[in-house]
Write a protein that binds this ligand. Structure first.
Ligand code: ADP
Length: 152
């Protein structure tokens, strides 16, 4: 059976936290689809094209990783792509509470869907895209928090 996982997020920008979760998941799935969520109300900080270009560069040597963009409900995307696994990273108990509701509601909407969580490695627990954006907005150097291929 083909095991395909969807890793949804905004990746605005991709951080070392995302990179590490995705790379750890590579041996577990036949294919991982990284899905950049487009939000009709918010355009985000970095343009979608830039975010996609960074993701492509970071994972260019991984043929089982695919990068797409989407808008709308993640469960609808899973149905459309025939995907039964959503992969998410967990940093803190706050992440858990947030993810639990989404995961449980998604399962109600699509019972065959399983959300799988991977614990972040301790050194990436503090990293999040919104703090990276704050550093950049304030003229700081955020390069240590993003993959080497990402030049901010
Ligand atoms: P959001 O869905 O809030 O836009 P992101 O796009 O930043 O979040 O994240 C997508 C996924 O990556 C989520 O599962 C999130 O928990 C995970 N993630 C984000 N930062 C890290 C990190 N530092 N370590 C592990 N996982 C992370």
């Amino acid at each position: 059976m083909n095991r395909v996982a969807l890793f949804p997020g905004s990746f605005d920008p991709i951080t070392k936290g995302h990179e590490s979760i995705i790379l750890r998941a590579v041996p577990l799935f036949d294919k991982i689809i990284i899905a950049i969520g487009r939000n009709a109300e918010k355009s985000g900080f970095f343009p979608i094209e830039k975010r996609k270009e960074w993701l492509r560069k970071v994972f260019e040597n991984y043929p089982t990783i695919e990068i797409i963009e989407y808008e709308g409900l993640t469960v609808e995307l899973c149905r459309k792509l025939n995907v039964r696994f959503i992969l998410r990273g967990l940093r803190t108990s706050a992440d858990f509470e947030f993810e639990r509701s989404i995961g449980q509601m998604n399962k109600k909407m699509m019972p065959e869907l399983e959300t799988l969580f991977m614990l972040t490695v301790p050194e990436h627990t503090a990293i999040n895209s919104s703090l990276v954006r704050d550093i950049i907005k304030n003229g700081g150097d955020a390069s240590q928090f993003v993959p080497d291929q990402v030049v901010l």
